[in-house]
Design a protein around this ligand. Structure first.
Ligand code: BDR
Ligand code: CA
Length: 309
């Protein structure tokens, strides 16, 4: 089967980096472009990290296009305390030599989906600002996209606040536009991603991956959180890319999802109604991931990348 064509909108970001690496190494995926958004760290850092990753991992022909620096109507929030000042933890990748593409991320998304209607999947693993701008500028992208997937939200507990997951909390108005756009959002949230942890045995498997392990995966994963034999940091964003490579990894339920934009304590909450109450679902919401098979798929992809460095 031909690999699935994907555009990755991201804010690298430690787990974004591990997700991009997975996508590049997966024979099931073909990255058409990477677009960046301000999120975990500033847009300048997320974009520089995307450019560094492109050259370090070895996909120089894939365009990287920058987008929104911050939320549509709110002040930007960051997570540098989680991802490090520059966004890649303790990983220090060589400075990039290849340029950023011209134009805005939202136009790259629109043009790429328009050029191949029904063929390209869009996956957002950062705040949803670029996606909302694209939907507002060209609402027909909801018909052109093959599938739209996010890593974001939760139907149990948040991480930015008790109610809200970071990517939604960073730009709730954008998320509300995206969930209300008339497509079915494939939502993989914290309920799923927090179970995909880089435990001690996983880090040992990374150690066998030469430069990829020692220069990127391990400095990222171990900076991100404490690692024990049974627990470790959750590699959230990689779950969304693993799903695109093998949809059977994740279980879903149809739902109606609203985004809280006004709540005093709940701003950025994804209010997930599995009961639907007569509505046609606007989302399929991930409820569980096969963690063992997730890591097998990720390690297989990482192994391919490691062998090419
Ligand atoms: C999400 O928030 C960011 O910090 C991560 O990169 C991931 O996209 C998890 O809540
Ligand atoms: Ca991210």
């Amino acid at each position: 089967m031909a690999p699935k064509k994907i555009v990755i909108d991201c804010d690298p970001g430690i787990d974004d980096a591990l997700a991009i690496t997975l996508a590049h190494g997966s024979p099931a995926l073909d990255i058409l472009g990477i677009t960046t958004v301000g999120g975990n760290v500033s847009l300048a850092h997320t974009t520089a990290n995307a450019l560094r990753l492109r050259e370090f991992l070895g996909f120089p022909g894939v365009p990287v296009t920058a987008g929104a620096a911050g939320a549509m109507v709110r002040s930007a929030i960051e997570a540098a305390h989680v991802h490090g000042e520059t966004g890649l933890g303790e990983a220090v990748l060589p400075e990039p030599t290849l340029p950023l593409a011209d134009g805005h991320a939202c136009d790259f998304i629109i043009d790429t989906l328009r050029a191949q209607p029904g063929e390209v999947s869009l996956v957002a693993i950062g705040p949803l600002t670029n996606i909302a701008l694209a939907v507002l500028k060209e609402p027909r992208i909801v018909d052109w996209v093959a599938e739209f997937t996010i890593l974001g939200g939760t139907f149990t507990r948040g991480n930015r606040t008790p109610a809200a997951e970071f990517n939604i909390a960073a730009d709730p108005e954008a998320a509300a536009v995206v969930f209300g756009a008339g497509w079915t959002v494939t939502q993989i949230g914290l309920d799923v991603s927090t179970t995909a942890q880089a435990t001690g045995p996983i880090v040992e498997r990374m150690r066998a991956l030469g430069r990829l392990g020692s220069e990127l995966l391990i400095p990222c994963a171990t900076f991100y959180g404490m690692v024990t034999a049974s627990e470790g940091p959750a590699i959230h964003d990689a779950c969304a890319l693993a799903y695109l490579a093998d949809p059977s990894l994740i279980e879903f339920r149809p739902a109606w999802v609203d985004v809280e934009t006004a709540g005093r304590f709940t701003s950025g909450m994804t209010v997930v109604d599995f009961e639907l109450q007569g509505r046609t679902p606007n989302a399929k919401v991930g409820t569980a991931i096969d963690v063992e098979r997730f890591w097998d798929l990720a390690m297989d992809a990482y192994g391919r990348v490691a062998a090419s460095l």
